[in-house]
Ligand binder design. Sequence first.
Ligand code: HEC
Length: 191
Amino acid sequence: MSAGAACVLGVSAVLALQAATAAPARKPTLAEEKPTGQEAIERGGYLVRLGGCNDCHTPGYFLGKPDHSRYLGGSDVGFEVPGLGTFVGPNLTPDRETGLGDWTRAEIVAAIQTGVRPDGRVLAPVMPWHAFAELTKSDMGAVVDFLASLTPVTRKVSGPFGPEEKADVFVMRIVPPDAGETPAEGRAEVE
Ligand code: HEC
């Protein structure tokens, strides 16, 4: 090998090394997070109970029998939003395949506070992300710490289903009143 070629190789090795160190390290995903702050985990659990996450994200809850062994493992009842489709509260445990295990902390926070999933889809407003946008940074962090501390549950929820699609789960549906009986007319009769 000529001295020139060795020099070129040397330079490219240095450049490659720089590129490797310059690339931003991918932050740990939920499954890799090791939350240690017991206080934050407890605060997160408190907020999760208060925020109703359990109701919409635990199987059996809307059927009157929440399955505590699959806590936050995804609902089995969908919400039908007229014109938008039917949405089932997904698995929030750190399972990599079916839950949030492969999501980073930033991705989870973005979904909960801005409604934007890592794939860019905006969550249906049934998920109250507009309200959760007001959580303080430390409360939001505590919620993620709590989710990271959960036992992973392997369970993929159905959907989302388009407005014309038939959902294969129980559905909560907004049923319009009988023809001619709009809420406004109902009020007029009472007056
Ligand atoms: C009233 C029901 C309801 C409540 C309360 C609720 N969620 Fe949701 N959530 C949903 C539904 C339904 C979806 C799916 C919406 C969609 O697919 O467009 C969802 C989606 C999500 C997602 C995105 C997950 C994914 O795989 O796309 C996260 C994260 C999430 N919720 C976290 C929470 C947390 C944390 C709380 C409590 C602080 C909470 N949710 C409270 C109904 C709810």
